[in-house]
Design a protein around this ligand. Structure first.
Ligand code: AMP
Ligand code: ZN
Length: 131
């Protein structure tokens, strides 16, 4: 069993923020910012690309629910919502999870930076919608 399946099963403790039949949200142990939360399906999917669309849709409804409560009740000014998918994107636990990272300040201990690239947009458009 993976570490998040162990938490879902109750074999490893987790600080539960939200729970229903399908979804569990826990405080991330790293607390990148105050209230950093992980929302995950109880069923093991390695990443969100493998999830049935309806299950992913319901997961994201819960992400919004938890994020709204966290931002309001922790008095944050916004949040980053992040899904790392595969090792190349920084995924370290191979059980789908959505990070909710409340933001208090532009200098919080997280940095999401989009660096400029020089790709040809038309060439990408031709490829991106292929079957
Ligand atoms: P990622 O890099 O997107 O796979 O994120 C994995 C996250 O899981 C990291 O932010 C870790 O801090 C967090 N994490 C790992 N183990 C635990 C645990 N036992 N309880 C809570 N969070 C955890
Ligand atoms: Zn798992």
């Amino acid at each position: 069993m993976c570490i998040f399946c162990e938490i879902v099963a109750g074999n490893i403790p987790g600080k539960k923020v939200y729970e229903d039949d399908e979804v569990l949200a826990i405080l991330d142990i790293s607390q990148t910012t105050k209230g950093h939360t992980l929302v995950m399906p109880k069923k093991h999917y390695e990443n969100f690309l493998e999830m049935p669309a309806d299950e992913f849709g319901r997961l994201m409804e819960k992400v919004q629910h938890v994020a709204k409560k966290a931002v309001k009740n922790l008095e944050a000014n916004g949040c980053n919502v992040l899904i790392n998918t595969n090792a190349v994107a920084g995924q370290s636990v191979m059980h789908t999870h959505v990070h909710i990272i409340p933001r208090y300040d532009e200098n919080d201990t997280i940095r999401v930076e989009f660096k400029e690239n020089k790709f040809d947009l038309d060439e990408i458009l031709k490829k991106i919608n292929q079957d």
